[in-house]
Design a protein. Structure first.
Length: 213
């Protein structure tokens, strides 16, 4: 049995855009499997500044650390658009993984992919300037959420300028300036609420801080 087959045994739940699924301090009602849409996990500073930690796509599941270690969740999980999720109890989810080692291997691989993405973002956030941070997060999103269409890469997540700023720790105003630069360079464009990468290799060059003095 696959992970999707396991979760499909449970009731399908619906959440609207911007609806919060889990809040800090909540005891989650179970493990969620994302069937349709995107969910962002973020934290808020005391001043109210948002920092996004990860974006889940269809096929992802959360909150995994709580499911395995009973560690309280200190972040928000919010629907970025209308979403559909299945929800299993924590005990049933763990029991399923224990009896299906090949699925446990799949889960471990997914976790490592997420970790790699977080480490890459941390690297750019520490060493990169604003231009490189914006370029790098678009590269990461293109690799994780992109699909090739008409010679371009469509990032299927409905990202706003604020969403991108939240992913890299910049203000929305600074992020917008850098996005406009990339648009003028004809590296990216935005149509219908979605970013399109016109020149991925050029975007990668813009993201490499070691090439700058």
């Amino acid at each position: 049995m696959t992970l999707e087959e396991f979760f499909s045994k449970f009731r399908l739940l619906h959440y609207k855009k911007h609806e919060v699924i889990i809040r800090p301090g909540d005891d989650p009602p179970g493990v969620f499997f994302l069937s349709r849409g995107y969910v962002k996990v973020y934290t808020l500073s005391e001043s109210g500044q948002e920092l996004s930690l990860i974006i889940f796509k269809p096929g992802d599941f959360f909150p995994l650390i709580w499911a395995f270690n009973d560690v309280p969740l200190n972040q928000y999980c919010e629907a970025m658009a209308s979403i559909e999720v299945y929800r299993s109890s924590k005990d049933e989810f763990k029991k399923f993984l224990q009896s299906n080692p090949e699925v446990l291997w799949e889960v471990t691989s997914k976790v490592l992919v997420r970790l790699r993405g977080i480490l890459e973002r941390m690297e750019y956030m520490v060493f990169g300037n604003a231009h490189q941070k914006v370029s790098s997060i678009l590269v990461i999103c293109a690799e994780r959420f992109g699909v090739k269409r008409d010679g371009e890469i469509l990032i299927r997540v409905p990202l706003t300028h604020r969403d991108i700023a939240s992913l890299i720790g910049l203000t929305r105003e600074t992020t917008s300036v850098e996005l406009k630069k990339l648009d003028k360079m004809k590296i990216i464009s935005k149509k219908g609420g979605f970013f399109r990468i016109k020149k991925l290799e050029k975007l990668k060059e813009e993201a490499q801080w070691y090439k700058y003095e």
